[in-house]
Design a protein around this ligand. Structure first.
Ligand SMILES: C[S@@+](CC[C@H](N)C(=O)[O-])C[C@H]1O[C@@H](n2cnc3c(N)ncnc32)[C@H](O)[C@@H]1O
Length: 257
């Protein structure tokens, strides 16, 4: 996984420098996941979800989803997943708010409690340990909207951790080859990130088409616009292989023809 290189780039990000393909991590979701996942039976579905803050993954797992795999173009989300798991497991908190408010004692305590059970977990511990030792301002590595601060003393009931993480580091706007197909792809508000660029939209559509079984769903959240994404009518996105099935204020659902 090139963990040393990832520490190096994460350290750069913490020092306010921009790094190509290494972006800041969403500390928490800014979506209403209950509404986005409403009325869908996940119990017999193979799902591919964006990883981001891991909130989508934890919520899908609590909905008894048959199988969940994750993807993100930002590899740092992979390390953050482990930090969230440890926060729940060892500190009984939903969010590691200490990272945002700079509570070094809390972070130190947590990292000393972690007892890695897998090679992946060991690498994640190395990542956070190394970054922490570099004495960086952690909050700078995150994009956050202060919801988690309110939840600092909240409990973590209703949140469920999968026994194992399956993660793919790819960009949906680039040409990719996939070995597997899924019933549902949860792509958050990635449609908005196309900024209407037809090349991105075309590759996104090809990728989703190759990733999904016939009749499969693309679940999208809409944060900013209701019927449009950056000025583009939702009906004009993913129009070759998909039909826009549902469209409300929180989400849109495309179904593969
Ligand atoms: C769309 S962002 C926004 C946050 C989101 N609304 C939430 O609640 O988590 C979520 C994640 O999508 C990832 N992402 C954005 N564009 C992507 C792309 N083209 N391919 C793969 N991942 C992408 C980002 O790296 C980020 O971690």
């Amino acid at each position: 996984m090139g963990v040393r290189r990832d520490v190096f780039y994460a350290n750069w990000l913490c020092n306010k420098r921009n790094v190509l393909n290494r972006e800041k991590i969403y500390f928490e979701t800014n979506e209403d996941l209950d509404k986005i996942f409403k009325d869908i039976d996940f119990s017999d579905k193979d799902v591919l979800s964006v990883l981001a803050s891991s909130d989508q993954l934890f919520k899908l797992n609590s909905l008894d989803t048959k199988s969940i795999e994750t993807f993100d173009k930002n590899k740092l989300t992979y390390y953050y997943y482990y930090f969230r798991v440890w926060t729940i497991k060892y500190m009984k908190k939903l969010y590691p708010t200490a990272l945002i408010i700079g509570d070094d004692y809390w972070i130190d305590t947590l990292l000393s409690l972690v007892n890695p059970e897998t090679e992946e977990e060991k690498q994640a511990l190395y990542f956070w340990d190394s970054l922490f030792k570099k004495d960086v301002a952690f909050s700078r590595i995150f994009i956050w909207n202060k919801v988690a601060l309110l939840d600092y003393n909240g409990d973590f009931s209703g949140c469920s951790i999968p026994s194992k993480l399956s993660f793919y580091n790819f960009d949906l706007f680039k040409n990719n080859k996939f070995d597997k197909r899924y019933d549902i792809a949860v792509i958050s508000n990635i449609l908005e990130w196309t900024h209407g660029d037809s090349r991105y939209i075309e590759r996104l559509e090809n990728n989703l088409s190759n990733l999904l079984n016939n009749g499969g769903l693309v679940l999208c959240s809409k944060i900013i616009y209701r019927n449009e994404v950056n000025g583009i009518c939702l009906k004009n996105i993913l129009r070759e292989n998909f039909e826009l099935q549902d469209d409300d204020n929180n989400r849109c659902v495309y179904i593969k023809k």
